[in-house]
Design a protein around this ligand. Structure first.
Ligand code: ADP
Length: 262
C-alpha cells in the first residue's frame, strides 16, 4: 500500500485536518515487474544478432579494399554507427534493469575515492586534450576511504565525466574538476564543468530514464538518456544520493554521496 497524507491548512497556516489517501499498489508493482522483465528479455535477445551485424559490417569494411564503391562504403558506415548505438542502448538497458530488479551483485569494500576517480578519468584525458578541455582531479591523498563497489562507482564517474565533456565548449575555455570532500559521516564527490548548463525544470528529471534536454533546434543530443538513470540506481543501491546544481550558460556540478569506509 502507498500512504499519502496531505495537511489542510487555513490561509494563516493553521492545521485544520488531513486528507489521507491509502492506495493499493499491488497491481502497479506487478506491472512494473512485467515491464522490467520484458525490457531485460528483449535487450538480452537483441545482443546476439547485434553483435553479428556489427562483426559482419566490420569485416566488409576492413577486408574488401577496392571491391566496394564509396557509396556502398558510406552506407556500411551508417549501418556500423547505428548498430553501435543500438548496442550501447541495449547494454545500458540491461545494466539498468539488472540494478533495478536488485539482481546485480554489489561487491562493497573500502577504497580510496582517489583511486576510483583516477581509474574512471584516465580514459578521458586524450579526448579532453583533443577537445581542448582542461580536466583536473582535485583530491587529497589523506581522504578517508569510502564503502563502494569499485567498478560501479567507476561507472558513475565515467558517466558524469563523459557528460561534462559532451556539454562543455571546445574553444579552449572548458574546464572540468573532479573533487571530493569529507563531512562527518559521508564523502561528497563532485564533478563540475563550466559548460552549457541545465535548465531548472530539467534538473530533477534528467535522472529519469530517457530524459534528455533538447537543444535550441529541438534536437536531443546523441547518447541514450540512460547514463544518469543508471548512475542514480547505483548510488542509491550504495545508500547514497545524487543531485545536480546548474546554471544555464554557466555550468553544472553533479554531486553524490557515499558512506565512509575503514
Ligand atoms: P545521455 O548523456 O546519454 O543523453 P544522461 O542520462 O547521461 O544521458 O543525461 C541526460 C541528459 O542530461 C543529457 O541528455 C543532457 O541533456 C543533460 N546533461 C547531463 N549532464 C550534463 C552536463 N554536464 N551539462 C549539461 N547537460 C547535461
Amino acid at each position: 500500500y502507498r500512504l499519502n497524507v496531505t495537511p489542510i491548512r487555513t490561509r494563516d497556516g493553521e492545521n485544520i485536518g488531513f486528507i489521507t489517501l491509502l492506495q493499493d499498489i499491488t497491481k502497479l508493482k506487478e506491472v512494473d515487474q512485467i515491464k522490467s522483465d520484458f525490457v531485460s528479455t528483449v535487450s538480452h535477445e537483441f545482443r546476439t544478432p547485434l553483435t553479428s551485424i556489427g562483426m559482419g559490417v566490420g569485416l566488409l569494411l576492413d577486408e574488401t579494399p577496392g571491391t566496394i564503391n564509396n557509396d556502398q562504403r558510406e552506407l556500411l558506415e551508417v549501418i556500423q554507427e547505428d548498430s553501435d548505438r543500438l548496442k550501447n542502448l541495449v547494454s545500458d538497458l540491461l545494466d539498468l534493469s539488472r540494478i533495478e530488479s536488485g539482481k546485480i551483485q554489489m561487491d562493497i569494500e573500502s577504497y580510496s575515492i582517489k583511486d576510483i576517480a583516477e581509474n574512471a578519468s584516465k580514459p578521458f584525458h586524450m579526448i579532453a586534450k583533443d577537445k581542448r578541455i582542461d580536466i583536473q582531479l582535485d583530491m587529497r591523498e589523506e581522504l578517508s576511504k569510502v564503502k563502494a563497489d569499485f567498478n560501479k562507482i567507476s561507472l558513475v564517474l565515467t558517466n558524469l565525466i563523459g557528460n561534462a565533456l559532451k556539454y562543455t565548449a571546445t574553444d579552449g575555455t572548458g574546464k572540468i574538476v573532479i573533487s571530493a570532500r569529507e563531512t562527518a559521516n559521508k564523502m561528497l564527490i563532485c564533478v563540475s564543468d563550466n559548460g552549457k548548463g541545465i535548465p531548472e525544470d530539467y534538473q530533477q528529471r534528467i535522472f529519469e530514464k530517457f530524459i534528455q534536454v533538447k537543444d535550441d533546434n529541438g534536437e536531443t543530443p546523441g547518447g541514450t538518456g540512460l547514463g544518469l538513470a543508471i548512475s542514480k540506481e547505483i548510488v542509491n543501491a550504495h545508500g547514497g544520493e545524487i543531485w545536480v546544481k546548474s546554471q544555464l550558460g554557466e555550468g553544472s556540478t553533479f554531486y553524490f554521496t557515499l558512506s565512509l569506509g575503514r
